[in-house]
Design a protein around this ligand. Structure first.
Ligand SMILES: [Fe+2]
Ligand SMILES: [Fe+2]
Length: 244
């Protein structure tokens, strides 16, 4: 049995799974925090909780095409971590007596767009979602006084740093197999997503010290890093294939 990058990521996700958060010390929001954060966190709680059925289906088809049998299980590990983020945010919202969302038009549009695409384009949108999570949870971390929510943000930021590396590996797979989005097109797509996110969550991001320009710039910089990593990974795969 050969060890692939997906094998290593499958093992990574299974090792991190037992690392739960202790959310016993919740505290209470001030009225300012509630007004600032509740609606925004509800949307992220809904978005993080996607069941990932389509992504897994695409991943299984793609894995069969490129002979990468561990990819679907690695993707399942990613989906489980995202769902755990959703569960943690849900616990905070419930503790603050805030209702959870069942649906939202932004989440609906993203799900519809991803369902209509193949694995390559779905990964491109997911990369941008992972990227936007970085300034967003950094802003929430700075804007909240709740220890539990601060712990959640710290942990999500740690998880998302790994997710970006995982997605760089996935991007390298789709680019290498010509299913990927061109870099410039991905930047344009991400700029459009940033505009929607700022429209919906700009108050939270501004409370965390971002302007629209610094928010967009950080996201664009993170995308450039992911694209460089994916190119390096694709080149090293090509080199090892050539050497073999
Ligand atoms: Fe997440
Ligand atoms: Fe993520």
């Amino acid at each position: 049995m050969s060890i692939t990058t997906s094998t290593l990521w499958r093992i990574h996700f299974s090792r991190r799974w037992p690392m739960e958060l202790d959310l016993a010390h919740q505290g209470h929001w001030t009225s300012h925090e509630r007004d600032l954060l509740a609606d925004s966190l509800r949307q992220f709680q809904l978005g993080e909780g996607s069941d990932g059925c389509n992504l897994l289906r695409f991943a299984r088809t793609f894995a069969a095409q490129v002979a990468d049998p561990d990819l679907p299980e690695a993707i399942a590990g990613l989906i489980a971590e995202e769902q755990r983020h959703s569960r943690w945010l849900g616990e905070v919202l419930r503790h603050q007596h805030e209702p959870l969302l069942q649906k939202h038009w932004v989440d609906g549009v993203f799900r519809l767009a991803r369902r209509a695409m193949g694995f390559g384009l779905e990964i491109a949108i997911l990369v941008s979602a992972e990227i936007i999570a970085v300034p967003y949870y950094a802003a929430v971390r700075r804007a909240t006084t709740l220890p539990a929510l601060q712990d959640i943000c710290d942990r999500i930021l740690e998880d998302e740093a790994f997710h970006l590396q995982f997605q760089a590996a996935n991007l390298s797979l789709v680019v290498r197999n010509r299913f990927g989005l061109r870099h410039m097109l991905h930047r344009v797509l991400q700029a459009a997503i940033c505009a929607v996110v700022w429209n919906q969550h700009g108050r939270v991001l501004a409370a965390g010290g971002y302007t629209y320009t610094t928010f967009w710039h950080e996201c664009d910089h993170l995308l450039a890093e992911v694209q460089q990593k994916s190119q390096r990974a694709a080149r090293s795969r090509c080199a090892s294939t050539f050497a073999a």
